[in-house]
Design a protein around this ligand. Structure first.
Ligand code: K1U
Ligand code: ZN
Length: 161
């Protein structure tokens, strides 16, 4: 049983670091499995659609993406949660889209952020398998938001004046 973890809030240094890659020796480890499980429980408890390890005070390149329809994106697909380790965006579409974002680390603030409409992502599973997937629309937005967290960027940094 995983515990709900505290979520780092805007202003805390951990959110501004570039997170470290997960090492080969960490794949399939109890530690990595427990981290992913605790991140999932924390995301669900906060009703989030994504979460990144730095938000739970672990500066490692692990994210979870779990799109579902919501008030802002009623047509968003319902996804099983996907855990991505060491994700890298290989391709950004030229087409961009403006859409509303929120953040578990920036409570009570929402903003319009311009993001690529679709992206191709390479990532590892928890066991180290290499995957390549294309995401469109709201799921692509969540992936970009979460990878920003791994690079110390918050959505508020991307708001146009
Ligand atoms: O990383 C996070 O802080 C989680 C964040 C993910 C996210 C939401 C919206 C756009 C991009 C990334 C959240 O889950 S915020 C809460 C939320 O469920 C939500 C907010 C705005 C629109 C839809 C959902
Ligand atoms: Zn966030």
């Amino acid at each position: 049983m995983s515990t709900v973890l505290p979520v780092a809030q805007r202003g805390e240094d951990i959110l501004r670091l570039k997170a470290a890659r997960v090492a080969d020796a960490e794949f399939n480890s109890d530690w990595l499995m427990q981290l992913a499980s605790a991140m999932l429980v924390t995301m669900l408890e906060r009703s989030g659609v994504g979460i990144a390890a730095p938000q739970v005070y672990i500066s490692k390149r692990v994210i979870i993406v779990a799109s579902r329809p919501n008030l802002r994106y009623p047509d968003a697909p319902e996804m099983d949660a996907v855990v991505m380790v060491n994700p890298e965006i290989l391709e950004f579409s030229q087409a961009t889209t403006l859409g509303e974002e929120g953040c578990l680390s920036v409570p009570n603030e929402r903003g319009q952020v311009q993001r690529a409409q679709s992206i191709k992502v390479l990532y590892h599973t928890l066991t180290g398998e290499v995957m390549e997937s294309t995401f469109e629309g709201f799921p692509a937005r969540i992936v970009q938001h979460e990878i920003d967290h791994l690079n110390g960027i918050l959505f508020v940094d991307r708001l146009s004046a």
